[in-house]
Write a protein that binds this ligand. Structure first.
Ligand code: NDP
Length: 247
């Protein structure tokens, strides 16, 4: 029987980890022993809260401020974290925004911001992260997509394009690096209770077979598996964490 390849020393970078799904993923990876770089754009207090929770549980983490849409920032961000935590072995592209509008009325800015944050930043970070991962012959890229993209959602043409693009990118990069011990997967959450979905009408729950919204921890459990050694043969996949919505 072929042994599951062991995990080298290195750290996990989670973008947009100051709250919501990213914060839950940072905490879950830390509890599996990963030192974690908590990226945030503006919510320093939220990021510090996640850091102190990790430290209280005996884990190791640092906070890193960066707007992931800033061109050229990805390389700097990774270098900054590597200086403190060693090689980057797990990248979770979680930072995301939405700017909903019917396609007829979407402004250039609404289109560009959503594509830049949800798709282009993930590409830029991934391509910078692949080098240390290939060198270590161990790497995990986890892209937080959405049920929107594979599924239509009126008012979200920009978001759907970005998330569908993220899934396509995931598959292709996964195939490009599959021989190198690096896996690339996407998680497609359904409706998850976070600030992003605060205020959405309750009637949306009726469409979900599980009849409830998911929690950030339920998404984090999936990320934790994908980051593990045991997930070494899972690559190019999109795992739906959606209470059956996409089924
Ligand atoms: P939140 O709005 O609660 O959190 C978003 C996080 O992203 C914040 O930490 C925010 O940081 C960060 N962020 C936003 N823009 C940037 C940027 N340019 N650079 C760095 N960080 C940034 O969102 P969720 O937790 O709900 O969503 C997380 C991911 O999950 C997103 O990709 C979203 O599209 C996806 N998703 C969410 C679903 C849901 O139902 N909630 C469903 C499907 C997918 P700061 O506050 O510091 O700016």
């Amino acid at each position: 029987m072929r042994a599951v390849p062991g995990r080298p020393e290195g750290f996990a970078l989670v973008t947009g980890a100051s709250r919501g799904i990213g914060a839950a993923i940072a905490l879950a990876l830390a509890s599996d022993g990963w030192p974690v770089a908590i990226n945030y754009r503006s919510d320093a207090t939220g990021a510090e809260r996640v850091l102190s929770e990790i430290e209280q549980r005996g884990g190791r983490a640092i906070c890193l401020q960066a707007d992931v849409t800033e061109r050229g920032r990805a390389q700097e961000l990774i270098r900054e974290a590597e200086g403190q935590l060693g090689p980057l072995l797990v990248l979770v592209n979680n930072a995301g925004v939405r700017a909903d509008e019917l396609a007829l009325n979407i402004s250039d800015e609404q289109w560009d911001t959503v594509l830049a944050t949800n798709l282009s930043a993930a590409f830029e970070l991934t391509r910078q992260a692949l080098r240390p991962m290939i060198r270590a012959r161990f790497g995990r890229v986890i892209n937080i997509a959405s049920v929107v993209g594979p599924r239509a959602n009126p008012g979200q043409a920009n978001y759907a394009a970005a998330k569908a693009g993220l899934i396509g990118m995931t598959k292709t990069i996964a195939v490009e690096v599959a021989r190198r011990g690096v896996t690339v997967n996407a998680i497609a959450p359904g409706l998850i209770e976070t600030e992003m979905t605060a205020g959405l009408p309750d009637r949306l729950l009726a469409a979900i077979p599980a009849r409830r919204a998911g929690t950030p921890e339920e998404v984090a459990a999936c990320a934790r598996f994908l980051a593990s050694e045991q997930a070494c043969y899972v690559t190019g996949s999109t795992i739906f964490v959606d209470g059956g919505l996409s089924a």
